[in-house]
Design a protein around this ligand. Structure first.
Ligand code: PMP
Ligand code: GLN
Length: 365
């Protein structure tokens, strides 16, 4: 869809990446690291100590979680590698993984590469809230782990404290691991983000994943991290060693600085994106879409049936020619094609003028 946006000159509200880079001071920190020779040669396998320390401080500052930077933090090539390494490290062929459907696109592939089986817990419109009784019914003796994503891409669902507590209770009761993808941790617009690792019985069974891409608007840097108990980090590190060995050195120093930015940075990011969410949500509603207002992330899922449309894939393929906008058909995130067919995702991590122009174009549909 990004290629289609480029070839048709359309406004790309498909793939989630900001059209404005993150803080200039952080970009300068990366350049300085390159120019002063920090990280230009293979950094240590677990990541540079400065970044591991900064990740631990960030987890303590925002969530009161204590991780030992030497044994409980691992730096990865974005969250994507952390997800892949976690699946390869923790799953055996035949294991079952319960994950929210719609799935972020790498989950199904990584579960398959590990030889395991994905078991979808389908989040259904209009609320997309998970049904914990259904979750319980999906657990079998082969279930090895629960793959959680909050705030959730593409629905914008943010798990509430009681939902996380319910998931945690099931994990403890059935002795399951939890892998939690929290890359949108700073984009929960109301009620805050709650890490499942902080709940009783979860510290020793949870692999938490995040990355710098969304929080600092440098999606091209691909710096991510894992926090977990030593045995779990050690397993994930072993898989990572044979995937990429290490991740880009100079960016790690810059991300260490970014994680130490004052609270005002994180508050402003969230407030800006919340405003953009409202701008796009109002525009989509005015254009006739059914809008599921997200509690988090920088995506809005819409229903195209009020427009007289049925098939999101066809709709997204035709949208550039019809009005010069690109979006993502949610069906690509589903096993259950019927559940995803009428849904289309738009991102709002774009400049206001771009969102306003996109909204104006969509009114002409
Ligand atoms: N998980 C989710 C839910 C995402 O939306 C993304 C962003 N594409 C990623 C993981 C990947 O993050 P990264 O770019 O750090 O690999
Ligand atoms: N997270 C972003 C998205 O879902 C970009 C990552 C990707 O395109 N694989 O659009």
């Amino acid at each position: 869809m990004s290629a289609l946006a480029t070839s048709t000159g359309s406004i790309n509200l498909g793939q989630g990446f900001p059209d404005t880079d993150g803080p200039a001071g952080i970009a300068r920190a990366a350049a300085d690291a390159v120019l002063t020779g920090r990280g230009n040669q293979y950094p240590p396998g677990p990541g540079v100590p400065e970044l591991r320390q900064a990740v631990a401080e960030h987890q303590r500052r925002f969530y009161g979680l204590d991780w030992d930077p030497d044994t409980e933090v691992l730096v990865t090539a974005g969250a994507t590698e952390a997800i892949a390494a976690a699946m390869l490290a923790l799953l055996e062929p035949g294991d079952e993984v319960i994950a929210f459907e719609p799935f972020y696109d790498s989950y199904a592939a990584c579960i398959a590469m590990a030889g395991a089986t994905r078991v979808p817990l389908t989040l259904r419109a209009p609320s997309f809230r998970p049904d914990l009784d259904e979750l319980r019914s999906l657990i079998t003796p082969r279930t090895r782990l629960l793959l959680v994503n909050t705030p959730h891409n593409p629905t914008g669902l943010v798990l509430h404290a009681e939902e996380l507590a319910g998931i945690a209770r099931l994990a403890v009761e059935h002795d399951l691991l939890v892998v939690t993808d929290e890359v949108y941790e700073h984009l929960a617009f109301s009620g805050g983000h709650h890490p499942i690792a902080a709940l009783p019985g979860m510290r020793e069974r949870t692999v938490s994943i995040s990355s710098a891409g969304k929080t600092f608007s440098f999606t091209g840097w691909k710096v991510g991290w894992v926090t977990a108990a030593p045995a779990l980090v050690s397993a994930v590190r072993t898989a990572k060693q044979y995937l990429t060995y290490v991740s880009a050195g100079p960016f790690q120093y810059a991300v260490a600085e970014a994680l130490r930015l004052p609270d005002s940075y994180f508050d402003t990011l969230r407030a800006d994106l919340r405003r953009k969410r409202d701008l796009l949500a109002d525009g989509l509603a005015a254009a006739g879409f059914g809008v599921f207002t997200p509690e988090g992330t920088y995506f809005i899922t819409t229903d195209i049936t009020p427009l007289g449309e049925k098939d999101g894939l066809e709709f997204c393929r035709s949208l550039p020619a019809r009005c010069g906008v690109v979006a993502i058909p949610n069906v690509v995130f589903y096993d259950d094609a019927e559940a995803g067919r009428p849904l289309v995702r738009f991102t709002f991590c774009k400049q206001d003028a771009v969102l306003e122009e996109a909204v104006a174009r969509l009114q002409r549909l």
